[in-house]
Design a protein around this ligand. Sequence first.
Ligand code: GAR
Length: 219
Amino acid sequence: MSARRALRLGILISGRGSNMAAIARQCREGRIAAEVAVVISERPEAAGLVTAREYGIPARALAWPGAAHRAQFEREAAAALDAAGAELIVLAGFMRILSGQFVAARAGAILNIHPSLLPKYPGLHTHRRVLAGGDRVHGATVHFVTSELDGGPRVLQSRIAVRPGDTEETLSARVQATEHIIYPKVIGWRADGRLEWRGELPWLDGQPLTQPLLEDFDA
Ligand code: GAR
């Protein structure tokens, strides 16, 4: 383990939490200078909460009984994140839309991963839409979060080839395997002070990213 101070992460999940687990693993192995301070889900039954506790990470379920309760969830989440000293909020399969107010108060300090090559296919059912569109390539995007759904400045994308016979399930599995590589990588850049969001664009190593970086997994 290096002497770098670990960046404290607050991870929000809604389900399985495989991205959260990939990030936690890299933190634990000292491969990125970060530590998962808290995991929060709006779904008490989220399997990722159990996984987080297995990693020794405090994990909290916070109620979101309906859209009208978003403000309550956000108040409780903000309190839990602050109490844990979270410096970077990581949305990892968090399937709710945070308010513009919550996001604006944390500009540049929230990352998301989305299973498509944004700006293509924001929203749900990305694998189905890739197949319906006859696309030859697919992938995932890590981006800073703004109030625009899946619309914030993009940092890094993974790209895979769509193969004959692919289904939503096979695409989901291959895209997720790439997510587990690119999301910890971006968090590591952030933890090393190499990545920031200035004005409209992300900057990496002092250079503006006018286009997201692209990692090809089927080249
Ligand atoms: C991931 O594939 C992530 O890209 C997607 O949910 C999955 C969560 O998996 N996120 C979104 O669709 C957000 N728009 P995980 O819980 O196993 O990390």
